[in-house]
Design a protein around this ligand. Structure first.
Ligand code: ADP
Ligand code: ADP
Length: 241
Protein backbone atom coordinates (compact mmCIF):
# COMPACT_ATOMS: atom_id res chain seq x y z
CA UNK A 1 0.00 0.00 0.00
CA UNK A 2 2.66 2.50 1.07
CA UNK A 3 6.06 2.16 -0.47
CA UNK A 4 8.96 4.38 0.50
CA UNK A 5 12.19 3.99 -1.38
CA UNK A 6 15.53 5.58 -0.67
CA UNK A 7 13.91 8.56 0.94
CA UNK A 8 16.11 11.41 2.07
CA UNK A 9 14.73 14.42 3.87
CA UNK A 10 16.90 17.37 4.75
CA UNK A 11 16.11 20.66 6.44
CA UNK A 12 17.89 23.61 4.93
CA UNK A 13 18.97 25.89 7.76
CA UNK A 14 21.36 28.80 8.14
CA UNK A 15 24.01 26.42 9.32
CA UNK A 16 23.67 24.01 6.45
CA UNK A 17 21.44 21.04 5.81
CA UNK A 18 20.23 18.81 8.64
CA UNK A 19 19.80 15.32 7.22
CA UNK A 20 16.81 14.15 9.23
CA UNK A 21 15.88 11.06 7.19
CA UNK A 22 18.60 9.11 5.40
CA UNK A 23 18.05 6.54 2.70
CA UNK A 24 14.92 5.08 4.26
CA UNK A 25 13.08 2.28 2.48
CA UNK A 26 9.90 0.95 4.04
CA UNK A 27 6.77 -0.82 2.83
CA UNK A 28 3.39 -1.08 4.53
CA UNK A 29 0.94 -3.76 3.40
CA UNK A 30 -2.85 -3.22 3.24
CA UNK A 31 -4.32 -3.68 6.73
CA UNK A 32 -0.93 -3.88 8.37
CA UNK A 33 -0.13 -2.34 11.75
CA UNK A 34 3.45 -1.11 11.57
CA UNK A 35 5.08 0.25 14.70
CA UNK A 36 7.86 2.78 14.23
CA UNK A 37 10.05 3.39 17.25
CA UNK A 38 13.18 5.36 17.98
CA UNK A 39 14.49 7.92 20.40
CA UNK A 40 13.47 11.55 20.26
CA UNK A 41 15.12 13.44 17.39
CA UNK A 42 15.88 10.38 15.25
CA UNK A 43 13.59 11.53 12.42
CA UNK A 44 10.28 9.75 13.07
CA UNK A 45 8.05 12.80 12.63
CA UNK A 46 9.95 13.94 9.58
CA UNK A 47 9.39 10.51 8.06
CA UNK A 48 5.67 10.65 8.96
CA UNK A 49 5.22 14.04 7.31
CA UNK A 50 7.20 13.11 4.23
CA UNK A 51 5.40 9.79 3.84
CA UNK A 52 1.97 11.42 3.83
CA UNK A 53 2.80 14.90 2.53
CA UNK A 54 0.14 16.11 4.91
CA UNK A 55 2.28 18.76 6.53
CA UNK A 56 5.47 19.43 4.67
CA UNK A 57 7.77 20.93 7.27
CA UNK A 58 9.12 24.32 6.24
CA UNK A 59 12.58 24.12 4.70
CA UNK A 60 12.27 20.40 4.01
CA UNK A 61 13.83 18.97 0.87
CA UNK A 62 12.70 15.51 -0.18
CA UNK A 63 14.45 13.07 -2.42
CA UNK A 64 13.61 9.45 -3.26
CA UNK A 65 10.25 7.84 -3.95
CA UNK A 66 7.01 7.59 -1.96
CA UNK A 67 3.96 5.94 -3.41
CA UNK A 68 0.61 5.31 -1.82
CA UNK A 69 -1.82 2.93 -3.52
CA UNK A 70 0.25 3.31 -6.67
CA UNK A 71 0.26 7.12 -6.62
CA UNK A 72 3.57 8.95 -6.65
CA UNK A 73 3.13 11.24 -3.65
CA UNK A 74 6.22 13.28 -4.34
CA UNK A 75 4.93 14.21 -7.79
CA UNK A 76 1.44 15.36 -6.76
CA UNK A 77 0.63 19.05 -7.07
CA UNK A 78 -0.76 20.77 -3.96
CA UNK A 79 -4.22 20.62 -5.55
CA UNK A 80 -3.97 16.89 -6.28
CA UNK A 81 -2.67 16.33 -2.79
CA UNK A 82 -5.67 18.14 -1.33
CA UNK A 83 -7.98 15.75 -3.12
CA UNK A 84 -6.47 12.62 -1.62
CA UNK A 85 -5.43 13.64 1.87
CA UNK A 86 -7.74 12.81 4.80
CA UNK A 87 -9.83 10.67 2.49
CA UNK A 88 -7.07 8.29 1.40
CA UNK A 89 -4.71 8.82 4.29
CA UNK A 90 -4.54 10.87 7.44
CA UNK A 91 -2.18 11.88 10.13
CA UNK A 92 -2.94 12.07 13.82
CA UNK A 93 -0.35 13.59 16.11
CA UNK A 94 0.00 14.57 19.73
CA UNK A 95 -1.54 18.01 19.29
CA UNK A 96 -4.35 16.80 17.02
CA UNK A 97 -6.93 17.35 19.74
CA UNK A 98 -6.33 21.07 19.22
CA UNK A 99 -7.99 20.87 15.82
CA UNK A 100 -11.34 20.37 17.56
CA UNK A 101 -13.45 23.49 17.35
CA UNK A 102 -14.22 24.70 20.91
CA UNK A 103 -17.62 26.16 20.01
CA UNK A 104 -19.02 23.15 18.17
CA UNK A 105 -20.45 20.03 19.76
CA UNK A 106 -18.44 16.89 19.13
CA UNK A 107 -21.33 15.42 17.14
CA UNK A 108 -21.29 18.30 14.64
CA UNK A 109 -17.56 17.97 14.14
CA UNK A 110 -17.72 14.24 13.53
CA UNK A 111 -20.65 14.75 11.12
CA UNK A 112 -18.85 17.60 9.33
CA UNK A 113 -15.83 15.45 8.65
CA UNK A 114 -17.98 12.63 7.26
CA UNK A 115 -20.14 15.02 5.21
CA UNK A 116 -17.06 16.63 3.70
CA UNK A 117 -16.27 13.17 2.42
CA UNK A 118 -19.61 12.31 0.92
CA UNK A 119 -21.54 10.60 3.73
CA UNK A 120 -24.63 12.79 3.87
CA UNK A 121 -27.49 10.51 4.91
CA UNK A 122 -28.49 11.54 8.46
CA UNK A 123 -29.29 8.03 9.58
CA UNK A 124 -25.95 6.77 8.31
CA UNK A 125 -24.11 9.66 9.95
CA UNK A 126 -25.66 8.89 13.29
CA UNK A 127 -25.09 5.14 13.09
CA UNK A 128 -21.49 5.58 11.97
CA UNK A 129 -20.68 8.14 14.66
CA UNK A 130 -22.07 5.89 17.37
CA UNK A 131 -20.28 2.84 16.08
CA UNK A 132 -16.94 4.65 15.95
CA UNK A 133 -17.33 6.07 19.40
CA UNK A 134 -18.02 2.63 20.74
CA UNK A 135 -14.97 1.27 18.91
CA UNK A 136 -12.59 3.88 20.31
CA UNK A 137 -14.08 3.64 23.78
CA UNK A 138 -16.02 6.86 24.17
CA UNK A 139 -19.45 6.87 25.78
CA UNK A 140 -22.15 7.96 23.35
CA UNK A 141 -23.35 10.88 25.45
CA UNK A 142 -20.03 12.63 24.78
CA UNK A 143 -21.26 13.18 21.23
CA UNK A 144 -23.36 16.01 22.61
CA UNK A 145 -20.57 17.58 24.64
CA UNK A 146 -18.25 20.43 23.78
CA UNK A 147 -14.50 19.72 23.62
CA UNK A 148 -13.75 21.49 26.93
CA UNK A 149 -16.00 19.03 28.72
CA UNK A 150 -13.71 16.16 27.72
CA UNK A 151 -10.34 15.12 29.10
CA UNK A 152 -7.28 15.20 26.85
CA UNK A 153 -7.47 11.45 26.36
CA UNK A 154 -11.12 11.63 25.34
CA UNK A 155 -10.43 14.47 22.89
CA UNK A 156 -7.61 12.50 21.35
CA UNK A 157 -10.00 9.54 20.97
CA UNK A 158 -12.49 11.84 19.23
CA UNK A 159 -9.84 12.90 16.73
CA UNK A 160 -8.91 9.27 16.14
CA UNK A 161 -12.62 8.47 15.65
CA UNK A 162 -12.87 11.27 13.07
CA UNK A 163 -9.83 10.00 11.22
CA UNK A 164 -11.33 6.47 11.21
CA UNK A 165 -14.75 7.79 10.14
CA UNK A 166 -13.33 8.73 6.77
CA UNK A 167 -12.08 5.16 6.27
CA UNK A 168 -8.79 6.12 4.67
CA UNK A 169 -6.47 3.41 3.42
CA UNK A 170 -3.76 4.52 5.81
CA UNK A 171 -3.57 6.44 9.06
CA UNK A 172 -0.21 7.58 10.35
CA UNK A 173 -0.27 8.22 14.08
CA UNK A 174 2.67 10.16 15.42
CA UNK A 175 2.81 9.82 19.22
CA UNK A 176 -0.96 10.35 19.36
CA UNK A 177 -1.20 9.15 22.93
CA UNK A 178 2.12 10.28 24.38
CA UNK A 179 0.58 13.00 26.54
CA UNK A 180 -1.65 10.41 28.22
CA UNK A 181 -0.90 8.05 31.04
CA UNK A 182 0.49 4.65 30.21
CA UNK A 183 -2.64 2.66 31.02
CA UNK A 184 -4.75 4.86 28.76
CA UNK A 185 -2.11 4.75 26.02
CA UNK A 186 -2.11 0.99 26.05
CA UNK A 187 -5.89 0.86 26.00
CA UNK A 188 -6.18 3.23 23.03
CA UNK A 189 -3.49 1.37 21.15
CA UNK A 190 -5.40 -1.87 21.68
CA UNK A 191 -8.60 -0.25 20.43
CA UNK A 192 -6.88 1.17 17.36
CA UNK A 193 -5.45 -2.24 16.59
CA UNK A 194 -8.93 -3.80 16.85
CA UNK A 195 -10.61 -1.18 14.70
CA UNK A 196 -8.08 -1.39 11.93
CA UNK A 197 -8.62 -5.13 11.82
CA UNK A 198 -12.35 -4.59 11.40
CA UNK A 199 -12.08 -1.78 8.85
CA UNK A 200 -9.00 -3.06 7.01
CA UNK A 201 -7.09 0.19 7.46
CA UNK A 202 -3.28 0.24 7.56
CA UNK A 203 -1.77 1.98 10.55
CA UNK A 204 1.70 3.33 11.06
CA UNK A 205 2.01 3.98 14.77
CA UNK A 206 4.98 6.07 15.89
CA UNK A 207 6.29 6.30 19.43
CA UNK A 208 9.55 6.51 21.32
CA UNK A 209 8.23 3.70 23.55
CA UNK A 210 9.20 0.41 21.94
CA UNK A 211 7.60 -1.77 24.59
CA UNK A 212 4.22 -0.26 23.80
CA UNK A 213 4.51 -1.41 20.20
CA UNK A 214 5.82 -4.89 20.59
CA UNK A 215 2.51 -6.43 21.67
CA UNK A 216 0.25 -4.59 19.29
CA UNK A 217 2.14 -4.31 15.99
CA UNK A 218 2.43 -6.80 13.18
CA UNK A 219 5.87 -5.47 12.43
CA UNK A 220 8.21 -3.02 14.11
CA UNK A 221 10.76 -0.73 12.47
CA UNK A 222 13.39 1.02 14.53
CA UNK A 223 14.96 4.32 13.54
CA UNK A 224 18.26 5.68 14.70
CA UNK A 225 19.88 8.91 13.52
CA UNK A 226 17.64 9.19 10.46
CA UNK A 227 17.96 5.59 9.33
CA UNK A 228 15.86 2.48 9.75
CA UNK A 229 18.28 0.20 11.56
CA UNK A 230 15.97 -2.75 12.19
CA UNK A 231 12.73 -4.12 10.74
CA UNK A 232 11.20 -7.29 12.07
CA UNK A 233 7.94 -8.98 12.99
CA UNK A 234 7.15 -7.88 16.53
CA UNK A 235 7.56 -11.35 18.05
CA UNK A 236 11.11 -11.65 16.69
CA UNK A 237 12.17 -8.45 18.43
CA UNK A 238 11.10 -9.97 21.71
CA UNK A 239 13.28 -12.97 21.14
CA UNK A 240 16.47 -10.92 20.89
CA UNK A 241 18.75 -10.68 23.91
P1 ADP B 1 11.54 12.63 16.07
O1 ADP B 1 10.15 12.72 15.53
O2 ADP B 1 12.10 11.25 16.02
O3 ADP B 1 11.67 13.23 17.43
P2 ADP B 1 12.15 14.71 14.11
O4 ADP B 1 11.73 14.19 12.80
O5 ADP B 1 11.26 15.67 14.80
O6 ADP B 1 12.49 13.49 15.09
O7 ADP B 1 13.58 15.41 13.97
C1 ADP B 1 14.67 14.80 13.27
C2 ADP B 1 15.84 15.78 13.19
O8 ADP B 1 15.50 16.86 12.35
C3 ADP B 1 16.24 16.36 14.52
O9 ADP B 1 17.63 16.51 14.53
C4 ADP B 1 15.56 17.72 14.50
O10 ADP B 1 16.29 18.64 15.28
C5 ADP B 1 15.61 18.09 13.03
N1 ADP B 1 14.51 18.95 12.63
C6 ADP B 1 13.19 18.68 12.76
N2 ADP B 1 12.43 19.67 12.24
C7 ADP B 1 13.29 20.59 11.76
C8 ADP B 1 13.14 21.85 11.10
N3 ADP B 1 11.92 22.34 10.82
N4 ADP B 1 14.26 22.53 10.76
C9 ADP B 1 15.49 22.03 11.04
N5 ADP B 1 15.70 20.84 11.65
C10 ADP B 1 14.64 20.13 12.00
P1 ADP C 1 -9.81 21.55 2.68
O1 ADP C 1 -10.26 20.41 1.83
O2 ADP C 1 -10.69 22.75 2.64
O3 ADP C 1 -8.33 21.85 2.55
P2 ADP C 1 -9.10 20.05 4.96
O4 ADP C 1 -8.40 19.16 4.01
O5 ADP C 1 -8.30 20.81 5.94
O6 ADP C 1 -10.01 21.07 4.16
O7 ADP C 1 -10.17 19.23 5.76
C1 ADP C 1 -11.11 18.42 5.09
C2 ADP C 1 -11.89 17.64 6.11
O8 ADP C 1 -11.01 16.72 6.77
C3 ADP C 1 -12.51 18.51 7.17
O9 ADP C 1 -13.83 18.11 7.34
C4 ADP C 1 -11.71 18.24 8.39
O10 ADP C 1 -12.53 18.21 9.55
C5 ADP C 1 -11.16 16.86 8.18
N1 ADP C 1 -9.85 16.73 8.83
C6 ADP C 1 -9.05 17.72 9.23
N2 ADP C 1 -7.97 17.24 9.83
C7 ADP C 1 -8.06 15.89 9.80
C8 ADP C 1 -7.25 14.81 10.24
N3 ADP C 1 -6.08 14.98 10.87
N4 ADP C 1 -7.66 13.57 9.99
C9 ADP C 1 -8.82 13.37 9.38
N5 ADP C 1 -9.63 14.33 8.95
C10 ADP C 1 -9.27 15.58 9.15
Amino acid sequence: LLSIQHLDVGYVTRNGTVRAVRNVSLDVAPGEFLGLAGESGCGKSTLAFAATRLLDPPGAVLDGAVSLAGRDLLALTPEQLRQVRWKEFSLVFQASMNVLNPVLKIREQVYDAMQAHGITDKVKLDARARELFRLVGIREEYLDSYPHQLSGGMKQRVVIAIALALEPKLIVMDEPTTALDVVVQRQILQEISEVRRRLGISIVFITHDLSLLVEMSDRVAIMYAGEIVEQAPAHELYAQP
